[in-house]
Design a binder for this molecule. Structure first.
Ligand SMILES: Cc1cc2nc3c(=O)[nH]c(=O)nc-3n(C[C@H](O)[C@H](O)[C@H](O)COP(=O)(O)O)c2cc1C
Ligand SMILES: [Mn+2]
Length: 480
């Protein structure tokens, strides 16, 4: 049974001893962030702050902050299995060929239909409707780091519609609170929300709705790198094996999850921008201040006693690392559909997703590693990967020590480093220009004469199995 809402997820975590309630008074300015940072870095539990100074709403942090909690969130024992299941639905060989094949796939297609979001008349997110002077002031939005430009909503689910096709997008983009009814909308230029705004005639306004606190599959789906034009709510339905219940907003023509804790309705004027940031970001640095669109609040709808969810990001690893790991596992099979030579992939938390991708391949022709780099730089948000390291199939990409050892030994800098100019993540601070710069590929695979390497390539040092067995058997007698 899927989680209906955030509370059900909280109860599940609590029942498993994976959530702690903090009853003494804490400050939404810096104190909650410092507590969360320590607990998160210490592999600690999810935190529910019940007594936030000056506010009646409790604050939830670190809910997704471990592999165990991430799996509970998506109701699975094995994130890779979700990826394989996704493949089973979209793989071409599963398209019906004969009549009997068709019959076999019927349950699968019926399942797909059952993932579509379902519109309902009303829901808990409408228990309170505030159209007169709605204000952010009742929400305990966190200020996370000393040099942050203000409080930031860090787990917002931002809904927009494509002005041309009407198609929905859901993305997670942080929102800086400027005053009672204006917030920044920090969608990067590569993202779905920004694309919608860009398609809007400049004299119109883009309607936006933001959900705070949904069931965990919906929250995760807002972070998933789905191609623009694919509805994140169908993906959420697939993950939770039940449709997401949606309800129409009060002041904008957008549907939002009926079981959300809080809904913020509003609009963005494409002609208006505001200096947003700095913000202590998931790179471990303050992302630089820059101009972003302004969200104008027109209505708040919410539960009677909502929970405000937040994440604290900073120097990795933090909570977002686990959301990223889920994405790495769930989307790997799909990547293999396009690149069957890929064996495994690791996006280590220190690389904050867009800075480092390590990929192992079954190499079968000269230049194969470069082909994989170029392909990755051409697929969706992988275009932003600043460093791609390619290793042979026998290398365990999740063992960073092994990867480092292979790279340090295997590369000839003149031959094995590929530099590529192109788009970079908006959070990258190293490139001379924002959003554009140089990316590097490292080919750490074994080279042979077909790649101009006419010297012998040495063997890995491995003890023979007979001697290993002999030493195993005699181990206790060595007196070690
Ligand atoms: C905690 C968290 C915060 C994020 N903040 C932002 C952000 O401020 N701006 C942004 O463009 N992407 C941000 N992202 C990444 C996007 O949510 C992600 O790229 C998502 O796929 C975007 O959806 P879209 O492709 O529909 O635009 C964040 C992700 C997480 C997990
Ligand atoms: Mn999208």
């Amino acid at each position: 049974m899927a989680f209906e809402d955030l509370s059900e997820f909280i109860y599940k975590l609590e029942a498993g001893g994976l959530l702690k309630r903090i009853k003494i008074e804490v400050d939404s300015e810096l104190e909650i962030a410092e507590i969360t940072d320590r607990v998160s870095k210490g592999n600690g539990p999810a935190l529910l702050f019940e007594n936030v100074k000056g506010y009646s709403m409790p604050v939830l942090t670190n809910a997704f902050g471990s592999m165990e909690r991430m799996k509970i969130a998506l109701e699975t024992d094995d994130l890779d299995a979700i990826g394989r299941e996704l493949m089973a639905i979209i793989q071409p060989e599963n398209l019906p060929l004969t009549f009997f094949d068709k019959l076999k796939t019927l349950p699968k297609l019926a399942k797909l239909a059952s993932f579509m979001p379902k519109t309902v008349k009303t829901g808990p997110c409408k228990e309170v409707i505030i159209k007169d002077n709605p204000t952010f002031a009742e929400i305990p939005v966190l200020k996370c780091w000393p040099l942050d430009a203000g409080p930031f909503i860090t787990l917002p689910l931002v809904f927009t519609k494509d002005p041309v096709t009407g198609g929905r997008n859901l993305g997670m983009y942080r929102m800086q609170i400027f005053d009672s009814n204006r917030a920044g909308m920090h969608w990067h230029i590569h993202k779905g929300g920004a694309e919608h705004l860009g398609r809007l005639p400049s004299e119109e306004k883009l309607q936006v709705a933001v959900a705070l606190g949904c069931d965990p599959a919906v929250i995760y789906s807002s972070t998933a790198p789905l191609p623009n034009g694919i509805d994140e709510l169908i993906f959420a339905g697939f993950l939770r094996k039940e449709p997401v219940k949606m309800v129409m907003c009060e002041t904008v023509d957008i549907e939002v999850p009926a079981n959300a804790e809080i809904i913020l309705e509003g609009y963005i004027d494409p002609k208006e921008k505001i200096l947003e940031g700095p913000f202590g970001d998931h790179t471990g640095y303050y992302s630089l201040a820059d101009y972003y669109p302004v969200f104008h609040l027109t209505c708040i709808t919410r539960r009677n006693t909502p929970i405000y969810p937040a994440t604290v990001v900073g120097r990795p690893p933090m909570e977002d690392a686990y959301l990223g790991k889920a994405t790495e596992r769930i989307f790997l099979p799909m990547l293999k559909l396009i690149l069957p030579e890929v064996v495994d992939m690791n996006m280590p938390p220190e690389g904050v997703f867009h800075n480092c991708v390590i990929v192992s391949i079954k190499k079968s022709y000269p230049g194969h590693a470069r082909k994989v780099m170029n392909a990755l730089w051409g697929i969706g948000l992988m275009m932003l990967a600043k460093l791609i390291i390619v290793v042979d199939s026998n290398v365990d990409v999740h063992n960073l020590s092994e990867v480092a050892w292979r790279v340090f030994n295997n590369i000839d800098a003149g031959r094995d480093i590929a530099l590529m100019e192109g788009p970079l993540d908006s959070l990258d601070h190293s490139s001379p220009l924002a959003n554009y710069g140089t990316k590097m590929g490292i080919d750490a695979t074994i080279k042979g004469p077909d790649e101009g390497h006419n010297r012998e390539w040495p063997e890995d040092i491995v003890m023979s199995s007979e001697i290993k067995k002999l030493v195993d058997n005699k181990w206790d007698s060595y007196g070690l």
